[in-house]
Design a protein around this ligand. Structure first.
Ligand code: ACM
Ligand code: ZN
Length: 765
């Protein structure tokens, strides 16, 4: 990291020197994703209309991309010939990785070496980040651009570097899809996972089944607000659309020119209600259903009769004609087995195929479709549910319910793409700020995405070869507009690009943030609507020498934090934060980031509810699940409640299926008058409050007490509450026994899985 710091000082120096020379600009290399190796050299290369472009035929696409990028971005027109002041594309077949490239910029030449056009294309994307921002929107007026001399050696860590987009819940224009592909290419991603079919809309033209486009592509209305709102409300407006085969061909070609493979996803057997609305015989009951108008998991799924397989094979015949990708994603997630259990066709299928339960029937379903696609020379990818009931022989697993699926599949020698909700779901909130637009729930800040290592630690080096890479998933229930998609994707996609491209040892969050701050200017120029949480404040309560203190921090350097404790909005005149604030009573802290002139980000507000358990000793019988371990067990007695909207914030701790035993040790006899806590109860996300809690207490080793079990209240609401009062109960320890809800019942999302328990503060008064 020292190297990177030195680098920026040096570049600053060069930039200052060049500023004094008219009609030249230098730009510091603040590349995302960070290259494997980069080293500055003396001097500058002068890019102008005298610059010539020389390339081997293999590199024609990349060379022409660069030529038109520069022509469309500035007054500079490159020439196609040999000579001095040349950009050279040189083939080096000894480079072992086909996506690898080197760039050597000297005052005389820019030399790009790569084994294939893929590598050359990534070299061009790097070069692009060395050019002025004004190139991005074609406003560059200078006719000579100085590029800092440097050498870069670069190659990706993972072969699969993806982004997903759900166009079923909301539909986006072909123009936007191309912009999305442009962004992926700029960040050296190589796969676009296009989620094309959903309960709420079928989005791909299938010529043999016109009702998919007449009926399945449109829903009567759409849920407004959040799914958990009561009562649910609808907008009453017909909504939909689909991509014609001509549009798809055009997009596939556009993506190919940017070295992006498009993997289409055709969901089965679940998430297929829109198709069943168009062709009811595809379901088990044959009854007419509607294209879904709200979010969730639906029970009308494809039946396992031959008619359905014929339909699926016909659809896939058209799909493989449109998409040349090695992989076709066939979904496989969230398929309730309710209809199959009472369907004579499905039960008959189970009997004749010797399948012991409906999970094996799902496995049969997926394997049958797999062998059809294999016969066409294609491979399948499925969500991790395809592990249940036995994995189809050649399937690649996309692990989303944590990384257990990734571990299980890699151990079975199957390829894996790692996309756990905890680190890869860009539909989750990215900030705890109250002003964030409504999202599905959860909490996935930039730093958590950046910290992701696609290789689970449980795997050996040999097993980890099966991890092809990772991707960010963008489910669009709560993203009705293209601007909203951009807001949720940027800047988290920047972090993901570095997760999949850059070497883990080269990653440094502070350095990344300084590059994001710079990259945001590029996004401004590109007109991309990114979320900017760089100028927000984060806080943490901690105990030192048995006293509580509150620490504030912000991500970017060279700014001030100013705060108030009297409830007023912080201003330029408020107290400047210099060190931790002592806390000895309930307080509300309001803080914000300022430069010399103004407030930069939103106001941070933290309310500390001072109570008797703060700073005491807390022990748990099980550790929280590693993906929802928040600020650790101490976070349960730090005086701070979790957010009512974001169960993934650091104040909520998540336990998957565990019965909990939480002990708070006061260290001395303490008079207790009340114990309160809360549970997050988002059933759509598999979170269920416990029904009852038991409390035991002890005064010393001999005096122990057990209180009758006490019901948890508001179990119909998103936040359930628990409280019990005493009259000066004397105790040195209290033990809360909190049983897990159990298995999620049929008919609910996640049915058959263990429920999660999410708990925040335990308040002792
Ligand atoms: C998923 O998020 N249902 C794959
Ligand atoms: Zn059936």
């Amino acid at each position: 990291m020292q190297f990177t710091k030195l680098l920026s000082v040096f570049v600053l120096l060069c930039a200052t020197i060049s500023c004094s020379q008219k009609s030249k600009k230098t730009v510091a290399p603040k590349i995302i994703p960070i290259p494997l190796k980069q080293e500055l050299a003396k001097g500058q290369f002068m890019l102008s209309s005298n610059t010539e472009l020389h390339y081997a035929e293999t590199f024609k696409v990349s060379a022409q991309f660069l030529k038109s990028y520069i022509a469309n971005s500035s007054q500079i027109k490159l020439k196609d010939s040999n000579g001095e002041n040349t950009i050279l594309f040189i083939r080096d077949t000894l480079l072992s990785n086909k996506e690898e490239y080197n760039i050597d910029i000297t005052p005389k030449n820019i030399k790009i070496t790569a084994a294939t056009n893929n590598g050359a294309f990534y070299a061009v994307q790097t070069l692009r980040q060395l050019l002025p921002l004004s190139f991005e929107n074609g406003t560059e007026k200078e006719d000579r651009i100085a590029i800092q001399c440097l050498k870069i050696e670069d190659k990706p860590q993972f072969v699969y570097r993806g982004m997903h987009l759900d166009v079923g819940r909301h539909f986006f224009s072909t123009k936007f899809i191309k912009q999305y592909i442009d962004a992926l290419a700029m960040l050296k991603m190589n796969t676009f996972h296009w989620h094309l079919t959903e309960d709420q809309g079928w989005r791909i033209e299938i010529k043999k089944y016109p009702k998919l486009n007449k009926i399945a592509a449109y829903r009567d209305e759409t849920l407004i607000g959040h799914y958990n709102d009561e009562p649910q409300e609808f907008d009453g407006k017909k909504y939909g659309g689909y991509y014609s085969q001509e549009e798809i061909k055009d997009i596939v070609k556009y993506a190919q020119e940017r070295h992006i493979t498009i993997i289409p996803e055709i969901e089965m057997p679940g998430h297929s209600q829109a198709a069943i609305a168009a062709y009811p015989h595809l379901g088990c009951s044959g009854k007419q259903v509607e294209v879904a108008t709200k979010w969730g998991v639906f029970e009308d799924i494809y039946c396992s009769k031959d008619d359905t397989f014929n339909f699926i094979e016909d659809v896939l015949d058209e799909v493989v004609e449109l998409f040349p990708s090695q992989y076709i994603h066939i979904g496989g997630d969230e398929a309730p087995k309710t209809r199959w259990k009472t369907c004579s066709d499905c039960q008959h299928r189970m009997q004749t195929e010797g399948l012991k339960d409906e999970h094996e029937l799902q496995s049969y379903f997926i394997s049958r479709v797999e062998s059809y696609l294999n016969s066409k020379g294609r491979q399948i990818i499925g969500w991790d549910e395809i592990l249940e009931g036995g994995l189809a022989p050649n399937a690649t697993v996309m692990s989303w319910r944590g990384t257990d699926g990734a571990v299980a599949a890699a151990k079975q020698k199957h390829n894996v793409i790692n996309t756990p909700t905890s680190h890869c779901y860009f539909d989750y909130y990215q900030s705890t700020n109250k002003d964030e637009p409504t999202a599905i729930g959860g909490f996935l800040p930039l730093e958590k995405v950046y910290s992701f290592n696609p290789i689970p630690e449980e795997l050996t080096t040999e097993e980890s070869q099966y991890i092809l890479g990772a991707q960010g998933n963008v489910w669009t229930e709560y993203m009705p507009t293209e601007a909203q998609v951009e807001y949720m994707v940027f800047p988290r996609i920047l972090a993901m690009s570095e997760v999949v491209w850059s070497k883990n040892e080269n990653k440094d969050y502070n350095d990344f943030i300084s590059r994001v701050e710079n990259f945001n200017k590029r996004l401004d120029t590109l007109g991309i609507n990114y979320a900017n949480h760089l100028y927000e404040v984060e806080g943490e309560l901690f105990t030192k020498n048995e006293k509580q203190n509150y620490a504030l921090k912000t991500l970017t350097k060279g700014k001030d934090i100013r705060y108030t404790l009297d409830g007023n909005e912080p201003t330029l005149n408020s107290k400047k934060y210099k060190g931790p604030i002592p806390i000895f009573e309930s307080k509300t802290i309001k803080a914000a980031v300022f430069n010399q002139k103004k407030k930069l980000g939103l106001t941070f507000i933290e309310t500390i509810n001072y109570h008797k358990a703060i700073g005491k000793k807390i022990t748990l019988n099980v550790a929280p699940n590693k993906t929802y371990s928040g600020s650790g067990k101490e976070g349960m007695i730090n005086g701070i409640n979790g957010s009512n909207e974001r169960f993934g914030d650091k104040e909520w701790l998540g336990f998957w299926g565990d019965d909990l035993e939480i002990t708070i040790d006061f260290g001395e006899i303490t008079k207790i008058n009340a114990i309160e806590t809360r549970f997050y109860n988002a059933n759509g996300q598999w979170l269920y409050s416990p029904k009852k809690i038991n409390i035991d207490f002890s005064q010393d080793c001999n005096v122990k007490g057990k209180l009758p079990s006490i019901e948890v209240k508001n179990r119909d609401s998103i936040i359930s509450t628990f409280n019990t009062t005493f009259k000066n109960l004397s105790a040195s320890k209290v033990i809360l026994r909190i049983p897990n809800y159990g298995i999620i019942p049929e008919g609910f999302q996640g049915a058959g899985n263990k429920a999660w328990t999410f708990i925040d503060e335990i308040i002792v008064k």
